[in-house]
Design a protein. Structure first.
Length: 150
Protein backbone atom coordinates (compact mmCIF):
# COMPACT_ATOMS: atom_id res chain seq x y z
CA UNK A 1 0.00 0.00 0.00
CA UNK A 2 2.78 2.47 0.90
CA UNK A 3 4.50 1.78 -2.43
CA UNK A 4 1.27 2.59 -4.30
CA UNK A 5 0.90 5.86 -2.41
CA UNK A 6 4.48 6.77 -3.32
CA UNK A 7 3.83 6.04 -7.01
CA UNK A 8 0.71 8.21 -6.92
CA UNK A 9 2.77 11.05 -5.44
CA UNK A 10 5.45 10.50 -8.07
CA UNK A 11 2.96 10.80 -10.92
CA UNK A 12 1.41 13.94 -9.48
CA UNK A 13 -1.12 16.05 -11.33
CA UNK A 14 1.59 18.60 -12.03
CA UNK A 15 3.89 16.00 -13.65
CA UNK A 16 1.05 14.60 -15.73
CA UNK A 17 0.03 18.11 -16.85
CA UNK A 18 3.59 18.83 -17.96
CA UNK A 19 3.72 15.54 -19.86
CA UNK A 20 0.49 16.42 -21.67
CA UNK A 21 1.70 19.92 -22.67
CA UNK A 22 5.08 19.18 -24.22
CA UNK A 23 6.19 22.04 -26.50
CA UNK A 24 8.13 21.86 -29.78
CA UNK A 25 6.96 18.37 -30.68
CA UNK A 26 8.05 17.07 -34.07
CA UNK A 27 11.11 17.52 -36.27
CA UNK A 28 12.85 20.52 -37.82
CA UNK A 29 13.11 20.61 -41.59
CA UNK A 30 16.79 21.65 -41.67
CA UNK A 31 18.37 21.26 -38.21
CA UNK A 32 21.95 22.21 -37.53
CA UNK A 33 22.27 18.87 -35.72
CA UNK A 34 20.13 16.04 -34.41
CA UNK A 35 20.72 13.55 -31.62
CA UNK A 36 18.88 10.46 -30.46
CA UNK A 37 19.15 8.92 -27.02
CA UNK A 38 17.57 5.75 -25.71
CA UNK A 39 17.45 4.26 -22.24
CA UNK A 40 18.14 0.53 -22.45
CA UNK A 41 16.63 0.03 -18.98
CA UNK A 42 13.13 1.28 -19.76
CA UNK A 43 13.12 1.73 -23.53
CA UNK A 44 12.46 5.47 -23.43
CA UNK A 45 13.69 7.23 -26.56
CA UNK A 46 14.10 10.88 -27.55
CA UNK A 47 15.22 12.56 -30.74
CA UNK A 48 16.03 16.27 -30.81
CA UNK A 49 16.73 18.68 -33.64
CA UNK A 50 18.59 21.89 -32.88
CA UNK A 51 19.58 24.98 -34.82
CA UNK A 52 21.98 27.49 -33.31
CA UNK A 53 23.09 30.94 -34.34
CA UNK A 54 25.99 32.72 -32.66
CA UNK A 55 26.11 29.99 -30.01
CA UNK A 56 22.42 30.35 -29.06
CA UNK A 57 19.67 27.80 -29.69
CA UNK A 58 17.27 29.41 -32.15
CA UNK A 59 15.15 26.42 -33.15
CA UNK A 60 14.36 23.20 -31.31
CA UNK A 61 12.12 20.20 -31.91
CA UNK A 62 11.69 16.94 -30.04
CA UNK A 63 10.07 13.55 -30.41
CA UNK A 64 9.69 11.77 -27.11
CA UNK A 65 8.59 8.21 -26.40
CA UNK A 66 8.95 7.93 -22.65
CA UNK A 67 7.10 7.49 -19.38
CA UNK A 68 5.29 10.46 -17.86
CA UNK A 69 8.45 11.44 -15.98
CA UNK A 70 10.53 11.52 -19.17
CA UNK A 71 7.78 13.46 -20.91
CA UNK A 72 7.54 15.95 -18.04
CA UNK A 73 11.32 16.47 -18.17
CA UNK A 74 11.08 17.05 -21.93
CA UNK A 75 8.30 19.54 -21.33
CA UNK A 76 10.29 21.54 -18.77
CA UNK A 77 13.34 21.53 -21.04
CA UNK A 78 11.29 22.42 -24.12
CA UNK A 79 9.71 25.39 -22.39
CA UNK A 80 13.13 26.89 -21.68
CA UNK A 81 15.58 25.62 -24.30
CA UNK A 82 15.29 28.26 -27.03
CA UNK A 83 17.65 31.14 -26.32
CA UNK A 84 20.08 28.98 -24.32
CA UNK A 85 23.72 28.22 -25.02
CA UNK A 86 25.36 24.80 -25.21
CA UNK A 87 26.97 25.54 -21.84
CA UNK A 88 23.62 26.31 -20.21
CA UNK A 89 22.13 23.06 -21.52
CA UNK A 90 25.12 21.04 -20.30
CA UNK A 91 24.93 22.73 -16.90
CA UNK A 92 21.20 21.98 -16.61
CA UNK A 93 21.89 18.33 -17.54
CA UNK A 94 24.60 18.06 -14.88
CA UNK A 95 22.50 19.81 -12.23
CA UNK A 96 19.49 17.59 -12.98
CA UNK A 97 21.69 14.51 -12.68
CA UNK A 98 23.03 15.76 -9.33
CA UNK A 99 19.49 16.47 -8.12
CA UNK A 100 18.39 12.94 -8.95
CA UNK A 101 21.47 10.93 -8.03
CA UNK A 102 23.12 12.91 -5.23
CA UNK A 103 20.22 14.82 -3.67
CA UNK A 104 21.56 18.11 -5.03
CA UNK A 105 19.33 21.15 -5.48
CA UNK A 106 17.16 21.50 -8.58
CA UNK A 107 18.78 23.11 -11.63
CA UNK A 108 19.03 26.89 -11.54
CA UNK A 109 17.13 29.34 -13.74
CA UNK A 110 15.74 29.03 -16.31
CA UNK A 111 15.48 25.28 -15.64
CA UNK A 112 14.21 25.45 -12.05
CA UNK A 113 10.98 23.76 -13.20
CA UNK A 114 12.79 20.42 -12.93
CA UNK A 115 12.11 20.72 -9.19
CA UNK A 116 8.79 18.96 -9.87
CA UNK A 117 10.80 15.78 -10.51
CA UNK A 118 12.48 15.76 -7.10
CA UNK A 119 10.31 12.83 -5.90
CA UNK A 120 11.88 10.69 -8.66
CA UNK A 121 15.16 10.59 -6.70
CA UNK A 122 13.97 7.40 -5.03
CA UNK A 123 13.25 5.72 -8.38
CA UNK A 124 16.68 5.10 -9.87
CA UNK A 125 15.16 3.13 -12.74
CA UNK A 126 13.52 6.38 -13.94
CA UNK A 127 16.62 8.61 -13.85
CA UNK A 128 17.78 7.71 -17.36
CA UNK A 129 14.41 8.57 -18.88
CA UNK A 130 14.35 11.92 -17.09
CA UNK A 131 17.86 12.82 -18.29
CA UNK A 132 17.47 11.74 -21.93
CA UNK A 133 16.20 15.01 -23.38
CA UNK A 134 18.94 17.19 -21.90
CA UNK A 135 21.58 14.60 -22.81
CA UNK A 136 20.43 14.52 -26.44
CA UNK A 137 20.17 18.31 -26.63
CA UNK A 138 23.64 18.77 -25.14
CA UNK A 139 24.98 16.27 -27.70
CA UNK A 140 23.33 18.09 -30.63
CA UNK A 141 24.60 21.46 -29.39
CA UNK A 142 28.13 20.09 -28.98
CA UNK A 143 27.96 18.76 -32.53
CA UNK A 144 27.04 22.19 -33.88
CA UNK A 145 29.71 23.92 -31.82
CA UNK A 146 32.29 21.42 -33.09
CA UNK A 147 31.22 21.99 -36.70
CA UNK A 148 31.44 25.76 -36.22
CA UNK A 149 34.97 25.59 -34.78
CA UNK A 150 36.39 23.78 -37.82
Amino acid sequence: MTEQIELIKLYSTRILALAAQMPHVGRLENPGASAMRRSPLCGSKVTVDVTMQDGIITEFAQTVKACALGQAAASVAGQNIIGRTAEEVARARDELSEMLKSEGPPPGPPFEGFEVLTPARDYKNRHASILLLLEATAEACASIMSQNSQ
